[in-house]
Design a protein around this ligand. Structure first.
Ligand SMILES: NC(=O)c1ccc[n+]([C@@H]2O[C@H](COP(=O)([O-])OP(=O)(O)OC[C@H]3O[C@@H](n4cnc5c(N)ncnc54)[C@H](OP(=O)(O)O)[C@@H]3O)[C@@H](O)[C@H]2O)c1
Length: 287
């Protein structure tokens, strides 16, 4: 167990917040007694508490009071209300980590104060099975010890890396939205197998293992994608014939456009979230 891992509080322990609670406990970073969380509904709280042994709380302010590191994992439309609620109780000991999509550091600083140690992170859905791709950034107040803890937290649910905040919209377009792109590719691969005569369950199993196995191969070998492509395309063979069809369908340009357009949309949504928060009182205006 990491002896110096801070007491963790998760506000909004739904799919992502709940996965973080499970992840830190499964990784042995801390004990259930040192983790508390809140959700809106009593049944959600009871379920996660029973599954993990972590302490469920009905009150977000109590979560802040009983933790040193707070993860904000509510939906964007609830975030302002929750931030206003907890702001008066955020103290210098707290490290605040937001995974709320589109909620920028400048907005968090406005509500919680520039002196507050703030991290903005973008995990993705494979967080639910400990295989997230998470990118994060931090404000100026965050120190090296905080960053080490952030790395421990997100490494407990997958891979994580630091980026500058200006890149988080691009991260959202790639790894944030990426699981849905891969899901569509997997489904299409399966449908192709069915079209070619395979029973659906056989096609699904082969498609799934092919995508997973190929990702594993790249991770373990460090190969460039073109290396594998060149290796498996024999002259006049089946694979080069299939690739020709994908290239005729402009698969590369289509996927690039999907990432780029989703990243642009993430930027637009971030501006909308910032506009919603512009009515919020600044930390210095709070009584
Ligand atoms: N899902 C993803 O792949 C993903 C990826 C990156 C970032 N995110 C971000 O992560 C955040 C959470 O997403 P999610 O998919 O985990 O959503 P979710 O499953 O709906 O979780 C939200 C949680 O917030 C709780 N909640 C609602 N109002 C609350 C309040 N006033 N105080 C405390 N808790 C409250 C809900 O309680 P109940 O369970 O009782 O309803 C629920 O547990 C979002 O901001 C999203 O942008 C999600």
């Amino acid at each position: 167990m990491a002896a110096d891992f801070p007491r963790l509080g998760v506000i909004g322990a739904g799919k992502m917040g709940g996965a973080l609670v499970r992840g830190v406990l499964a990784a042995g970073l801390t004990t259930p007694e040192s983790v508390c969380f809140s959700c809106a509904r009593a049944e959600s709280r009871v379920r996660l508490a029973q599954q993990t042994g972590a302490r469920a709380m009905a009150d977000n302010v109590q979560v802040v009071a009983e933790s040193d590191m707070v993860v904000l994992a509510v939906k964007p439309q609830v975030a302002m209300e929750v931030l206003r609620e907890i702001a008066p109780r955020v103290a210098p000991r707290h490290l605040i980590i937001s995974i709320v999509a589109g909620l920028r550091l400048a907005v968090l600083e406005k509500v919680l104060g520039q002196q507050t140690r703030l991290v903005r992170a973008m995990p993705n859905t494979p967080c639910l099975v400990g295989a997230s791709a998470t990118a994060y950034c931090a404000n100026q107040t965050v120190g090296p010890d905080d960053l080490r803890v952030v790395e421990q937290l997100f490494s407990a649910v997958g891979d994580c890396l630091a980026v500058s905040e200006g890149l988080l919209d691009a991260v959202t377009g790639l790894s944030g939205s990426g699981p849905a792109y891969v899901a569509v590719f997997l489904e299409a691969l399966t449908d192709g197998g069915v079209r070619a005569g395979l029973p659906r369950e056989v096609a699904w199993r082969l498609a799934l293992q092919t995508v997973w196995g190929t990702a594993k191969l790249f991770r373990e070998t460090g190969w460039h994608p073109a290396q594998l492509k060149d290796m498996v395309t024999s002259p006049g063979g089946t694979t080069i014939t299939g690739l020709q069809v994908l290239e005729q369908g402009a698969i590369r340009g289509t996927v690039m456009n999907a990432v780029y357009t989703a990243a642009s949309r993430a930027g637009e949504l971030g501006q909308l979230v910032a506009a919603c928060f512009s009515q919020a009182p600044a930390a210095s205006e709070r009584t």
